[in-house]
Ligand binder design. Sequence first.
Ligand code: NZQ
Ligand code: ZN
Length: 387
Amino acid sequence: MQNFTHQIPTTIHFGKGQISHLTELKASGSKVLLVYGGGSIKKSGIYDEALEILKSVDLEVFELSGVDPNPRIESVRKGAEICKKNNIDMVLAIGGGSVIDCAKVVAGAALYDGDAWDLVKDFRLVKRALPIYSVLTLAATGSEMDTAAVISDMTLNDKLPTFSPCFLPTMSICDPTYTFSVSKRQTASGTADIMSHTLESYFNNNDDAFLTNRFAESILLTCIKYGPLAIEEPDNYEARANLMWASSNAINGFIKAGCNIAWCVHPMEHELSAFYDITHGIGLAILTPHWMRHVLSEATAPKFAEYGINVWGIDSSLPAMTIAEEAIEKTAVFFTESLGIPATLRETGITDESKFEVMAEKAAASCKNAYVPLTKEDVLAIFKAAF
Ligand code: NZQ
Ligand code: ZN
C-alpha cells in the first residue's frame, strides 16, 4: 500500500429532515449567498423550506440562480461579484453537482483579486475560500464531500477541474427524499457517474490495497442493485439513500487510500461536454466500455477478471481473459439495458467526428499516468469506437 493522508472535515447530516441543520450556517456569519440552478428546488419546495430556516436565524440571503448543468464561468463571475459587493460571509449551494461546483469556485473567487477563470486554470491559485455549505439534491458527483469543482468556458471549449482543500464543504445536508424528483435520465446519469468515479479508482496497479479495492467493489455493487431500482421506483427511500451515500464515498478519497490513481475516462468525457455540452454521466457510460476494451490485454486481464468475479459474479474457474471480456460486456449491457443510457455518442446528438482530433489531444495530456497510460491515438480510437 502507498502512503496516504486522508482528511475530510465536511460534516454530513444524512437523512430525512436534516435540512433543519441549516441553522448551523449562523456560525459563519450573517450574509449568505444562496446558489441554485434552473428551478428544480422551487418546484420541489426545498427553496421555501431552506429560506424559512435561514430567516429563522436572521441570516440575510442573496441569490445566484440559473446555474447551468456543466456550470459556466460566467455564473461564477456573477456570484463572485455579488459576494464582493455585499461582503458575503458564506456560500450555500442547493442542487446537484453543477450548482455545488459553481458555488465552490464562487467561494474561492470571492476572496481572489483576479479573474475567477484563473482559479480553474491553475488550482494552485486557490488559497482561500468563503465557507461552503451544500444541500444535495442529486446523487452523482460527490461534490458535497470532495475538493473538486468542474467549470466550463464554452467560448474556449474548455471544461476543467480545479481542486482545493478550501473547496471541501463545511457541511452538507444529504436528504435522500430530495432526490425522489430526479428524472429517470438524471438518475441513470448519476448512477453511471458514481460507478465511473469508482472504476477510475478501482483500476489501479496496487493489488496490495486489498481493503480499499473491496470498498470500491461494494460501491459498484450498490449502484448495480439500486440504480435500476431508483429508476423504476423514484421514491424508493432505500434505493435513493444508498445511491446518495455511494455518491459521497466514491470520490471523497476513501476508495483511493493506498493507491496511485490517475483518472482517464473523466478527462475524455470532459472534452465531450466542452465541445458538445452533453450530460456528464451519459458520456461516461458510453465511453467506459470502450475504454475497458481498449486497455484489456494479457497484462490487465487479471484485474478485469477480479472485477468480473467480485462485481458481476462471473465463474472464477474460467480463464482470466474470458472473465474479463464477459465483465466488460456486462458493464456495457448494464449501462444500456438496466439504466437505459444510449450506447453511442451519435445517439446523444453528436453528428460529426471533426472535433475528436483536438479533443483527443487535450484529454491525452491528462492520461499519461493512468492505470494504462493513453496517448492521443489511444483516446482518438476510443472516441471513434464510442461514436
Ligand atoms: O438546475 P436544476 O433546476 O436544479 O435542475 C437540475 C439539472 O437540470 C436537475 N436536478 C437536480 N436535482 C434535482 C433535479 N431535478 C429534479 N429534482 C431534483 N432533486 O438535474 C439536472 C442536472 O443537474 P447537475 O447538477 O448538472 O447534475 P450532476 O449532479 O450530475 O452534476 C454534473 C456536473 O458535475 C461535474 C460534471 O462534470 C458536471 O459539470 N462533476 C463534478 C465533480 C466534482 N465536483 O467532484 C466530479 C464529477 O466527475 C463531475 O465531473
Ligand atoms: Zn464524474
